[in-house]
Design a protein around this ligand. Sequence first.
Ligand code: NAD
Length: 473
Amino acid sequence: MAIDNFIGGKSTPAASGKTDSVLDPATGQVIDQVASSDAVDVDAAVDAAKSAFGEWSAKTPRERSEALLALADLIEANVDELSELEMRNVGKPKAIIGVEMDLSIDNLRFFAGAARNLEGKAAGEYLADHTSYVRRDPLGVVAGIAPWNYPLNMSVWKFGPALATGNTVVLKPSELTPLSLVRFAQLASDILPPGVLNVVCGQGETAGDAIVRHPDIRLVSLTGDVNTGKLIARNASDTLKRVHLELGGKAPVIVFDDADIDAVVGALAEGAYYNSGQDCTAPCRVMAGGAAFERLVPQLTDAVGAIAMGDPFDENTAMGPVISADQQSRVSGMVDRARDAGAEVTTGGKVGGAAGFFYEPTVVVNPGQDSEIVQREVFGPVVSVQRFTDEAQAIAWANGVDYGLSASVWTSDVGRAMRMTKALEFGCVWVNQHIMITSEMPHGGFKQSGYGKDMSAYALEHYTELKHVMIKH
Ligand code: NAD
């Protein structure tokens, strides 16, 4: 039986009856069929969300906060089922899936608290006999379009702040990974009134495009590829809806001679290959100064060569497959072209596994700054390592890409750390760390990594309108 959309509190097949196949990336086999929606289904979801808006937006912050806390508890209570869906549908190893489930739970608890802390600027008499104050009102119906790498967690980043601020929501998961979000929406119907949270499954060019062009949707928030972000920004302009874009990354890892190389290698072996490298903040673009480079390359090669790739359901597996055959050939093509251009592949560098979409954990050494593997997001288990000559070159190389999502600096010199964090053009800069995130802090890019922030109190700003009220007395 196919998996349906979830609209107005009910499981609803696509009006056209069409479905898309859902695969298990560890085997390449079809595991399900899911609704393949179009504009008719999006219209139905928007109508349901519009009908629910009056009741939901009238709830007190306390009531919305309590609902978000209940949603967090719901994930906790159903964590085994939701985890298994993501292990099967995304190929996430059992060893790592708990981390992002825990983040989703914590994100929702944070937004539950934030729902009760919204504020406008202080009221006052700015003209004689007139009092002004500022309200923050919800936008109305807002939409979230999610990628496949963290299907449930990226959706939480969209609907958490939206619901906290009194909006109703239409969500579209990636056509590749709809299972966990649809199941969550079904479970959440015991907590949320019908129409508050709707899920429409389908392809980007059909269901996604209908969302982006819908005149009654006030904001669309995408986490996805840079080119998808550019297209959505263009297509959303006809209705002048707000656009919030969390796009790709190409995170530099800048390692100075005085860094703790063991710590760098540990962070890379864990962070760069986590989720098969399919993470927009993955520490994938290492640059090291002379002596650091000499020590780092052999240690990193050994550590990465030891990463256990295999069946996501095996407790010993550290890394599963990439998401699709397309992604596997994209990764493979980029590594092959780097090698052809003269870079050295010190470990990995080929497709792995008898079936499914596996690619070996890979290290590519000495690619040129202008090469594709340095300039473009691989979104796979691949780290490049360059050697820089001085701090100025490290900064120029680090900033010398289109992306600006995240970066890390590794040094024991506090002054250098301070200079680097100021000079780097990225939405998040870590010092002696890479990849940790927390619900209280904003996550989002500079440059072509997009605009708008997820998580933190800053996220709530996108989902509200500021209204000036002036009273004559
Ligand atoms: P994608 O852009 O291919 O797809 C993302 C979503 O957009 C999917 O739901 C897709 O169906 C939809 N879509 C595609 N075309 C559309 C269109 N014309 N109109 C409306 N919707 C459309 O991205 P992906 O391959 O699923 O995800 C990987 C990308 O996401 C990577 O580039 C990664 O860096 C990025 N990402 C960014 C962050 C972040 O926080 N910045 C987090 C995770 C992933």
